[in-house]
Design a binder for this molecule. Structure first.
Ligand code: SF4
Length: 328
């Protein structure tokens, strides 16, 4: 990117990251709630936020979804959807006990990590799960094999771990971590445990790493990077950190365009824009309109990957949709 490419009138420009926004797992989870509302009618209960985005949750609430924290808040026999972040086996069990009709919107890439945890636990490995304490995904994955899993919350968590057999240890991770920080955590783990095994394939998902990669590309040129995403969205929070680490002079996380403070733009010529994996693009378009109204009308989309992955809806929902279609 050169100075000559900037808008001649204002010298102000936006570098728009691509890929950004919705990933395949979020798209599937949101569609699951929408299709369930159409098929079964409101209300549909959703355990936890279906995805970590305020706007998405508010929109689904307006359509008749009721978000709850635990199964016990769902009336017996009602339909409950489990969020994209996954749940521990005991949550399925609780649903069975309350005769709930459970639809599992766990992202298949989170399910993959659950399967790895189960397999390594069955082989009696100690599993070091790199992730953020208390995050729903980590709680769900750890619940697959609590006796075998220890949480490692970043590089500083490495000193706290203890293992039974240093030759039989594997690390797994949450899907939405910082790629670079995770590499650092693994390097430190390997200093302590040279025979530590790695997961069979990357646990940090394609969407997380692609969004971080493009933000890293644009950040050095940006006076400020604005990431659209909610505070409880791990991958969105990581994008701001990645931008700052990669050289952006400032970085901010916002849910909505109105949260942009004009002071952030006062001395800026180049603004980077991205969004987390749970953010619909209409929120990014609002940000672009907001920026254009302040002289940042020249938008260049920087693409580092094209994503085509899609996931089909949960089996239990597809089955009911098919049956309803057959009944006409
Ligand atoms: S961020 Fe990754 S793991 Fe999470 S829902 Fe999206 S694709 Fe799945």
């Amino acid at each position: 990117m050169t100075e000559a490419q900037a808008t001649p009138q204002t010298g102000k420009r936006v570098l728009l990251a691509k890929p950004r926004g919705y990933c395949a797992g979020v798209d599937r989870a949101v569609q699951t709630v929408e299709e369930a509302l159409k098929l079964y009618g409101a209300p549909i209960y959703v355990r936890k936020q279906i995805v970590h985005n305020k706007h998405v949750v508010q929109t689904l609430e307006a359509q008749g979804a009721i978000f709850v924290e635990e199964n016990e808040e769902v009336p017996e026999g009602a339909t409950v959807i489990f969020s994209a972040h996954g749940v521990a086996p005991e949550v399925y069990e609780q649903a069975r006990e309350r005769s709930l009709k459970a639809i599992d919107a766990t992202c298949p890439l989170v399910t993959k990590v659950h399967q790895e945890a189960k397999r390594f636990a069955a082989e009696d490995y100690d599993i070091l799960l790199i992730g953020h304490e208390g995050h729903e995904e980590v709680v769900g994955t750890a619940g697959e094999a609590p006796a075998h899993i220890q949480l490692v919350d970043g590089p500083d968590g490495v000193s706290k771990i203890t293992v039974r057999d240093p030759e039989k240890v594997v690390w797994l991770s949450q899907t939405t971590l910082s790629v670079d920080e995770t590499l650092e955590t693994v390097a430190r783990l390997k200093q302590r445990l040279p025979l530590l095994q790695s997961p069979p394939s990357d646990d940090i998902c394609y969407a997380t790493s692609n969004r971080q990669h493009v933000v890293k590309e644009i950040a050095p040129e940006c006076d400020v990077v604005i990431v659209v995403g909610s505070r409880n969205s791990s991958n969105s929070v990581r994008l701001v950190e990645v931008a700052l680490d990669a050289g952006a002079r400032a970085g901010h996380l916002i849910d909505f365009a109105q949260e942009i403070d004009d002071a952030w733009l006062a001395d800026a010529r180049t603004v980077g824009v991205s969004s987390g994996a749970s953010v619909p693009d209409e929120l990014v378009q609002d940000v672009l309109a907001h920026l254009a109204a302040r002289g940042f009308a020249d938008v260049e989309e920087i693409t580092t990957a094209n994503e085509r992955l899609t996931f089909s809806l949960p089996q239990e929902l597809k089955r009911d949709m098919k049956a309803a279609a057959a009944r006409g």
